[in-house]
Design a protein around this ligand. Structure first.
Ligand code: 5GP
Ligand code: MG
Ligand code: MG
Length: 193
């Protein structure tokens, strides 16, 4: 970045998949839908954000929900899939567990992206074993592979192509999370690491 405009990382992006504006509109629409589906819950909603990728989305989604109600509480979980290379194996290790008991609560898992769905499938079983009253999922992005494993994702933002994307929480090697849009990296970026 030399002229003070744009982000430091813009030069690394080959093309944008979903713009900042599209994310904002979709987040508002998803929040409206969730708010109406849970309008009558007595004790509010428990949002479970899966770190780290969903952190931008949960922040915007929770604030959008705040305009329509019901009240929400935030919980965070961090998990890691024991996988070979870049594909997840479905065997999951908890790095950070819930801080509170979720028994009897209406839970909405907030996910960045569903790819194979293996991590999410494990997580849903785990949350159900903790006796939540209900568990649904909102995922901002979904890739075509997600249909191979049956994971019931009730609320989906965007179906995107099977390409590796970064931005709006999604990283490559812990970078690019702060981009306000989602895009594909230039091939030479991978050659740099
Ligand atoms: P799954 O178990 O569904 O295959 O893995 C999902 C997780 O892998 C997502 O929550 C996300 O952290 C990561 N992931 C999947 N696709 C992408 C992608 O295109 N870009 C990035 N940065 N992470 C991804
Ligand atoms: Mg995730
Ligand atoms: Mg990652």
């Amino acid at each position: 970045m030399t002229d003070g405009s744009g982000s430091w990382y813009d030069a690394d992006i080959d093309h944008v998949i979903i713009t900042e504006e599209e994310i904002r509109e979709k987040t508002a629409a998803l929040a409206k839908q969730v708010a109406s589906d849970y309008a009558t819950v007595q004790d509010g909603l428990l949002l479970v954000c899966v770190l780290k990728g969903a952190v931008m989305f949960v922040a915007d989604f929770a604030r959008a929900l705040g305009r329509h109600g019901p009240p929400v509480e935030l919980e965070f979980m961090a998990v890691s899939s024991y996988g070979q290379g870049t594909t997840s194996s479905g065997v999951v290790r908890i790095l950070k567990d819930l801080d509170r008991d979720i028994a009897g609560r209406h839970v909405v898992v907030v996910e960045d992206i569903v790819d194979s769905g293996l991590t999410l499938s494990w997580l849903l079983k785990y949350l159900e074993s903790r006796a939540a009253a209900s568990v649904e999922v909102v995922a901002l992005f979904r890739k075509p592979d997600a249909i191979k494993v049956h994971v019931p994702v009730k609320y989906v933002g965007f179906d995107i192509p099977s390409e590796f994307v970064v931005g709006y929480g999604l990283d490559f090697s812990e970078r690019y999370r702060e981009l306000p849009y989602v895009g594909v990296l230039k091939p030479e970026v991978y050659a740099r690491v």
